[in-house]
Design a protein around this ligand. Structure first.
Ligand code: PYL
Length: 270
């Protein structure tokens, strides 16, 4: 998992409305609708949950420490979706105590290894990797008008990529996976096809999920003009000119879809 930087997150809180408008333009669904689909809840129950929950976002100083804009960005996405959210003044253990004292029923916090949402009432923990994988796979499905029997390439079989694969298989897609570490893919066989050459695979598939930290492997030379891309991977795997040429066919963000899907999964009563 790539560690985000303060620069990756700069300004996202102010741009969330425009980001959502662009999402609707690309896949015909809003951030909330994508999250509800990926989190397997209705938008009605999502709307009901926002009247019942307060969300505390807790900065965590362990390991490499706090990332500028991280907690504020998470809070702003949750606020935008209609929930009341706050960033605690304290961090770490004191931050957890403060969030509970301020009546938070959902808390969001991330160290260097894991970013979780905890539903304190339901005693439920949601992982950002699973939520991000489900969220970006759901967004691609909406963009494609459904992926049943469609061939989809997933690049990267880490935590996010594996949850993309699980979501796509559940939807009946025909999934191929590329990862430089073949051991990561072995657990997914025989439900998936293994691709050995990344550039050839990029040319072959019309639906691609980039769940890798690889840069610049999707170019104007190897991408078919009709290809649609859903890219949770940081940094983005498209070259700058390919990204510009594929505007309107690429779903990509560093945190928004993952956080929105964590929220939906955290309030899912099942
Ligand atoms: C959760 C993000 C998604 C991609 N990479 C993950 C990452 O950057 N993890 C580290 C998050 C550290 C947050 C820091 C803070 O500001 O509370 N502990």
């Amino acid at each position: 998992m790539t560690r985000l930087t303060e620069g990756d997150l700069k300004g996202l809180d102010n741009q969330i409305r425009d980001y959502d408008k662009n999402l609707k333009k690309i896949c015909g669904a809003s951030l909330m609708e994508i999250a509800a689909l990926a989190g397997d809840i209705t938008t009605a129950s999502f709307n009901e949950a926002m009247t019942k929950h307060t969300v505390g976002v807790i900065p965590i100083t362990s390991g490499q420490g706090i990332i500028g804009n991280f907690s504020q960005s998470v809070k702003s996405f949750i606020d935008y979706l209609g929930f009341h959210a706050f960033v605690t003044n304290s961090h770490d253990v004191s931050g957890i105590a403060e969030a509970i004292a301020r009546k938070a029923s959902l808390i969001f916090m991330a160290d260097d290894n894991q970013f979780i949402a905890v539903n304190l009432n339901a005693k439920k923990v949601v992982d950002n990797g699973e939520a991000t994988g489900r969220g970006f796979a759901a967004a691609l499905s909406l963009l494609a008008g459904g992926l049943k029997n469609r061939q989809v390439l997933v690049v990267g079989a880490g935590r996010v990529g594996t949850h993309c694969v699980n979501y796509l298989l559940a939807e009946g897609a025909r999934v191929a996976v590329f990862d430089i570490d073949k051991n990561k893919i072995s657990s997914l066989v025989p439900n998936i096809t293994i691709e050995d050459n990344l550039s050839d695979a990029v040319s072959k598939y019309r639906y691609i999920i980039d769940a890798s930290p690889e840069q610049g492997f999707m170019t104007l030379d190897n991408l078919h003009p009709e290809t649609r891309i859903s890219a949770p991977g940081m940094p983005l795997g498209l070259t700058a000119d390919a990204f510009a040429a594929f505007e309107g066919k690429v779903i990509h963000d560093p945190l928004q879809i993952g956080v929105a899907t964590m929220l939906a999964m955290a309030v899912n009563k099942s």
